[in-house]
Every structure is written in structure tokens, then in C-alpha cells.
Design a protein around this ligand. Structure first.
Ligand SMILES: *Cc1c(COP(=O)(O)O)cnc(C)c1O
Length: 391
């Protein structure tokens, strides 16, 4: 059976799929239908922070599925309550939680809470930013290719230039509900924010009565070397959007709400599946493993090593190597698609960020030995595709 063909025939057409049908995973490795093994630096787009099928998550999900699979948010639930307590005490000052099921929903929630809380309509996002694909989140997303077919989008969204505070100073006014940014722009090409930019944004929104939303959907849950990437920069965001790795592979999103955000009232927002007990159990297990195994610290240490290792590759096609923790981008002077294919041939899955950046989002449980294998695979892929060996 050709799974690729089958999905292409019955799919809606919205995905440019790679011809690698993945059917099994364990830890940092996945296997395709032909039995080929890969080190997985795609990790479900950064979801697999604990690797695939982590026993603690499998066990928690299995146990909860047998106990209670669904409990609507209109009824309290023991596991959801403990999950909310855990999420609501991770960061001082971010003590309230809205639970949902994906990154784009977390961003929608963040935008709605910001508008509701301030009574203002305007949202200032960043050029090159990515926040999801539902109409509200899409309005904050920058990429024209994603936006244009769906215009008109939600009104009152504007974009400043990432890391250029003065462009935000010109946009944030007394009609602004919030500024929303990523700490490291993921889809936009793995661009880290500077501390001065983020601290400047915080001072700016406070001065003008707006809120600061940090989208940690990709950077969160330890990926960058701290539990949340904003913690590298000494800021106190008002709203934080989470998803991807939050439940170790199980679909889940969350919005953390700070003290400057007005509490909601019944009816203004909601989600049938939000905070379902199975996702809550997976999230609790994930947080436990992250802490017990000090995975954020591990991401910091291994990420710093990996960044240096990649920077040591001298190849004329490499324009830049950048990242934070285990969120790493290699920008080429050419399109990355053939290099991603060559990497797969070498047994490494990586993903693009835009047209010219190779992005690595490995599980935080990866070893230095496996990262060395990834680096060597990249060296070979560069040599093969470009026909040029590094000097
Ligand atoms: C992936 C991503 C989203 C969207 O998450 P989905 O679960 O795909 O809806 C939003 N923001 C950022 C920063 C992301 O990386």
C-alpha cells in the first residue's frame, strides 16, 4: 500500500507531503513503512519534547482513558484541577489558565482575553511571525502566502519589525489591546529576539495600557533551555500561549493569564474538548518528566554544544547558524528542500523554516552522540547536494 498516494488522493490538498510514511516511533527515533530508521529532528514540529511514546505519557493516557475520557469544562474534574494547579504555578504572576487543544486555539484565546480585558480592538504582531491558521491567529501571522487567500481577515491587526522596538513604538497606541510576539520566531526562520527588544516591548505596553502576549507554542516546555523562552529575558508577560510539547504528544493547548488580565465571565470563551481529563493527564506526566529529568537544563547544555558544532562546519552555502537551546536553524544561501531530502537519505529528519533555513527540533531527551550523528549527516548532505566539500 502506498500511504503517500492514498493521503494525497483523499486529502484536502493543503499539505505538501514528503514521501516518507512514518508508522512507528520510540524515543528520538522513527521508522518508515519501508523499515528505514531516522533520528527525528522534526519531532511532530517540536511536539515530541520527551521523544516518541514516552512511557510516562503512554501510561498516564492509558490509565485516564480507562477512568474518564471526557468531562466537559462545565463540570470540575480531579485530573484537570491538578493540571491547572500545576500550569498555574509554573511562573509567579501567571496563575490562571484556559485549556484548549492546539496552538492556534491558544493564540485565539490569548487574543480574545486581551481584547476582552482591555476593551480595545488593536493587536500589534511582528513581521515574519507565525501564530497559527484560524482566522484570528492568521491575522497575527505575517506570511502573505498564508493570509492572502482568506482576506479580509480580522480588522485592527498590524505588524512591526521584529527586534526593532521603534517600529512598535509607532504602532502601539491607546486603542491597542496587546502586542503578540514569539521569543524565537520559529516558522519565520529561527530568529531569536533580543533582551532589549522584549524588555522594551514590556515597558511600552505597560506605559500605554496594553498587554504583552508571548507565543510560546514552539519555544515552550523546555525547548530553548528554560521552561519558557521568555525566562531568558527577565520579562513578565501578561498572557502566554502554549501547545505543541505541552502534553508530550497528546493534542493540547493552554493560555496562561497574568494579574493585569481581567478575569473572564461565563460565556465569553470556551471549548468542548478543552481540558479533557486525558490531555490533562498527559500534560501532568509531561511536566513531571521535564522536571524530574531536568530536560530544560539538558536542552540548554546540548543546544549550546550543537550550535557550536554546527558553527564549526565551514561550507560556502551556510549563511548563518542560530538558535536557542534545542531550537536550531541553519540558514543556507539557497533553497533547503534538496538538503532535507539528502538528510533523510542519511537517516535524519529535519524541517524547513521558510525557504532557506533548515530547522532542527529534536526531542530534549536526545544524546550528544545522536546530535553528532545529525551534524555529520548535515556535512554529508551539504557535500552531496552542492558537490562541494567543506574546506
Ligand atoms: C505551531 C505554532 C502555532 C500553531 O499551532 P497549531 O497547534 O498548529 O495550531 C502557533 N504559534 C507558534 C509560534 C507555532 O510554532
Amino acid at each position: 500500500m502506498n500511504w503517500h498516494e492514498l493521503e494525497q488522493r483523499y486529502g484536502s490538498g493543503v499539505y505538501a507531503q514528503r514521501d516518507i510514511p512514518l508508522i512507528r516511533g520510540e524515543g528520538v527515533r522513527v521508522w518508515d513503512a519501508h523499515g528505514r530508521e531516522y533520528i527525528d529532528c522534526v519531532g511532530g514540529h517540536g511536539v515530541a519534547v520527551l521523544g516518541h511514546n514516552h512511557p510516562a505519557v503512554v501510561e498516564a493516557v492509558h490509565r485516564q482513558m480507562q477512568r474518564l475520557t471526557i468531562c466537559p469544562p462545565s463540570f470540575p474534574n480531579d485530573v484537570r484541577a491538578r493540571c491547572m494547579e500545576r500550569l498555574g504555578t509554573l511562573v509567579p504572576g501567571l496563575n490562571r489558565v484556559f485549556l484548549c487543544n492546539s496552538g492556534t486555539e491558544a493564540v485565539e484565546g490569548a487574543i480574545k482575553f486581551a481584547r476582552y480585558s482591555t476593551g480595545r480592538p488593536k493587536i500589534v504582531a511582528a513581521k515574519r511571525g507565525f501564530h497559527g491558521r484560524t482566522l484570528g491567529a492568521l491575522s497575527a501571522t505575517w506570511n502573505r502566502k498564508y493570509r492572502e487567500p482568506f482576506e479580509p481577515l480580522v480588522p485592527e491587526f498590524v505588524h512591526g519589525t521584529f527586534n526593532k522596538l521603534e517600529t512598535f513604538e509607532a504602532l502601539v497606541d491607546d486603542r491597542t489591546a496587546a502586542v503578540i510576539v514569539e521569543v524565537v520566531q520559529g516558522e519565520g526562520g529561527v530568529h531569536p529576539a533580543t533582551t532589549a527588544f522584549l524588555q522594551g516591548l514590556q515597558a511600552l505596553v505597560r506605559e500605554r495600557g496594553a498587554l504583552l502576549i508571548i507565543d510560546e507554542v514552539q519555544t515552550g516546555m523546555g525547548r530553548t533551555g528554560r521552561l519558557f523562552a521568555f525566562q531568558h529575558h527577565g520579562i513578565e508577560p501578561d498572557i502566554v500561549a502554549l501547545a505543541k510539547g505541552i502534553a508530550g504528544g497528546f493534542p493540547m493547548g493552554a493560555v496562561l493569564l497574568g494579574e493585569r488580565v481581567k478575569p473572564g465571565v461565563p460565556g465569553i470563551h470556551g471549548s468542548t474538548f478543552g481540558g479533557n481529563p486525558v490531555a490533562a493527564a498527559a500534560c501532568l506526566a509531561t511536566l513531571e518528566v521535564l522536571e524530574r529529568e531536568s530536560l530544560p537544563q539538558r536542552a540548554a547544555r546540548l543546544g549550546a554544544w550543537f550550535l557550536e558544532r554546527l558553527r564549526a562546519i565551514r561550507h560556502p552555502l551556510i549563511r548563518d547558524v542560530r538558535g536557542l537551546g534545542l531550537m536550531v536553524g541553519v540558514e543556507l544561501r539557497t533553497k533547503v528542500a534538496p538538503f532535507l531530502q539528502a538528510l533523510a537519505q542519511e537517516g535524519v529528519l529535519a524541517l524547513p523554516a521558510g525557504l532557506t533555513v533548515i530547522r532542527f527540533l529534536p526531542p530534549l531527551t536526545i544524546t550528544q552522540e545522536d546530535l553528532e550523528v545529525v551534524a555529520q549527516a548535515l556535512e554529508r548532505a551539504l557535500a552531496q547536494v552542492s558537490g562541494q566539500v567543506s574546506p
